[in-house]
Structures are given as C-alpha cells and as structure tokens.
Design a protein around this ligand. Structure first.
Ligand code: UDP
Ligand code: MG
Length: 319
C-alpha cells in the first residue's frame, strides 16, 4: 500500500524541518505502508524552497514542485494532488503544524475500515480570534444553504482521500476553486475525525481577512448561481408588487377617487415597475452567464518552474 502526503508550502521555511521530523516519527510506526511526500512550494519569497531541496536531497521520497509564483493554497493543493502517482490514498495537510501528524494513524485506520474520505474537524483553535471563528461558521452555513451541499463548519483541509476520489478530482478543471468545496461536491463516503488545533509553529497565518472574504465570495459564486438568480427574484418581486400598486392607483385615478394619488406618485410607481423589469432581465441574462461561467475555463491552473525527485515516468503521464 502506498500513501502520498501532499503539503502546500508558502513561507514555511522555519516549520518545514519540524514538520518533516514529526511526520517521519509517526509514519515509522506504520511500516506496512510505503510513504512519500509531495511538497508544493507556492512561490514562497523566503527560504522554503532551499529547505525543501535539502530535504529532497536527503530523502528521495520527498518530491518537490516549485511554482513560478504564488498561486494560492487551493491551487497548490490541487497541483500536489495532480502529481500523485500510484498511491492508494492521499493525505493533505498544512505545513504550519496546525494539522498534527500524530493523527495520521487514525486517518489511515478509518480509511482501512472503508471510508473514501476521512475529513478532520478542528475542535478548538488555540487563540483563534472570535471574528474569524464567527466568520467561518457563518460562511459554512451560507455555503451549505446556497449550494445544497453538506459542508460542516470547522472542517479543515487536513484529510485523507482514497484513490477513487483523487482520480475524480483530476477531472475538475475550474479555476476559482475551494479545494474542500470541490471534494464535498463530489460526494463519496465520508468519515470525520476531530482534533485540537495547535497554534502555528512559526511565522504567521498568510491569510488576512480580505483574502478570506475573497475566497468566500469566489467559492460561493463558483458553487452556486444563487447570488445571480437573487437579482432575478428581486426583479420579479418588484415587478409584481409595483404592478399591483399601479393597478390600484390607476383604478383610483380613473374610476373611484381621482384625487387619492398625485400624478407624481403614479410616475414613481411606473418607474419602480420598470426597474423591476430591468432586474428580471438581468437575472435572466445571469442564467446564461452562469452557464458560460461554468463552461469557460481555459488557462492552465498553475505554472511549474521546476520539479525535484520526480521520475521521468511520473512526468510522462502528467495531466
Ligand atoms: N499556503 C500556500 N499558499 C498561500 C498561502 C498558504 O500554499 O498562498 C499554505 C501554507 O504554507 C500552509 C497552508 O497553506 O501550509 C495553510 O496556510 P495558513 O496556515 O496561512 O492558513 P490558515 O491555517 O490560517 O488557514
Ligand atoms: Mg495555518
């Protein structure tokens, strides 16, 4: 049996040696499995690449993909998973040791029992700001509600995926992606394991609030046309409401009580009706844009500058 550990790396030079040591310690307790690593250096400006090259020079199981620039964690994870060859399962984890390697045996056990995805739930993040936690809850609630997919808040990217899941994942081509979201969308048998998150080992989180909001919006729009359709619904509502009101006004004006509504009031309502119609039209256009949006994905997801420790045969079959 083979398991590949995929780790996206951005400015983690300080934690990488610890991470490697801790994983090595854990996997030495599981000798029946052949292990290897794929680190994806996501354009780190620090010494991460140097550190990874040193690890790769010492240990041929350490494979490294070096991006030409920073493409973001979601893409880095995807690139790592794309590069996996002949593994029976893949484990994805962060490089900052917030995902304890000591959990690996538990993940593997759940997988052996038949789970196709073993997801982890972060029970409590030491020192996570309340705003971030609330934001995360709200985001998952909104996301589940809008996309109709089952997404639990506080699940993390620390997961084990069966080969089947990885093979399907290779077929996904969209650019704006939330890795976990794509996987959740795919379905499969899922089992949850919980853990207590530690603080970052070194450095600081590379996601600020603006980036998190951007990630949230882009994943919402790529998973659901709801925001687009909302415009149409709003338009329909305004059209119907102002249409009824206008009928009432015209009825008064022409038949029952001509002085009840001023001409200005009637003009205002006619205007509102028109706005409603325009919004409905936008909603309709949005449906077509939505379809195009889901179809048009062309540029490559990422650009690799160099690879280390990959065999020529691995690269031939590269997607
Ligand atoms: N990361 C990455 N590219 C980026 C930002 C982050 O590959 O542009 C990696 C980072 O090295 C780490 C993981 O993604 O392994 C999670 O990043 P971080 O700890 O900053 O995020 P958080 O834990 O705050 O969600
Ligand atoms: Mg982190």
């Amino acid at each position: 049996m083979r398991i590949t550990i995929v780790i996206p790396v951005y400015c983690e030079a300080k934690s990488l040696p610890f991470l490697y040591q801790r994983i090595e310690k854990v996997i030495s307790g599981l000798p029946a499995i052949q292990w290897d690593y794929i680190f994806v250096n996501d354009g780190s400006p620090d010494d991460s690449l140097e550190t990874l090259k040193q690890l790769a020079a010492k240990d041929p199981r350490v494979k490294v993909i070096d991006f030409s620039r920073n493409f973001g964690k979601e893409i880095a994870l995807s690139a790592g998973v794309h590069a996996v060859r002949d593994a029976d399962a893949v484990i994805c984890m962060d490089a900052d040791l917030q995902h304890p390697p000591e959990l690996i045996p538990e993940l593997v056990e759940a997988w052996r029992q038949g789970a196709e995805i073993v997801a982890t739930i972060r029970v409590s993040v030491a020192k996570q700001p309340i705003l971030r936690r609330l934001g995360s809850y709200f985001y998952y609630w909104l996301m589940s509600w809008m996309s109709g997919l089952d997404m639990l808040s506080q699940t993390t990217d620390y997961r084990l995926y069966d080969k089947k899941v990885v093979d399907v994942f290779r077929q996904v081509t969209e650019r704006e992606r939330l890795f976990r979201g794509v996987i959740d969308w795919m379905g499969f048998e899922k089992v949850y394991v919980s853990f207590r998150a530690d603080c970052r080992q070194a450095g600081k989180t590379s996601f600020n609030y603006v980036q998190l909001v951007h990630l949230a919006i882009s994943s919402l729009t790529s998973f659901s046309l709801f925001p687009l359709r909302m415009t149409g619904y709003l338009g329909a509502f305004i059209t119907v409401a102002s249409g009824l009101l206008l009928s009432r006004m015209l009825f008064a004006r022409l038949i029952s009580n001509p002085s009840l509504f001023t001409p200005l009031a009637i003009v205002v309502v006619i205007n509102t009706l028109l706005i409603g119609i325009v919004l409905m039209a936008i909603g309709l256009v949005a449906l077509y844009i939505g379809t195009i949006h889901t179809e048009v994905v062309n540029r490559p997801l990422y650009i690799v500058r160099e690879r280390f420790n990959f065999k020529a045969s691995d690269l031939d079959r590269r997607k």
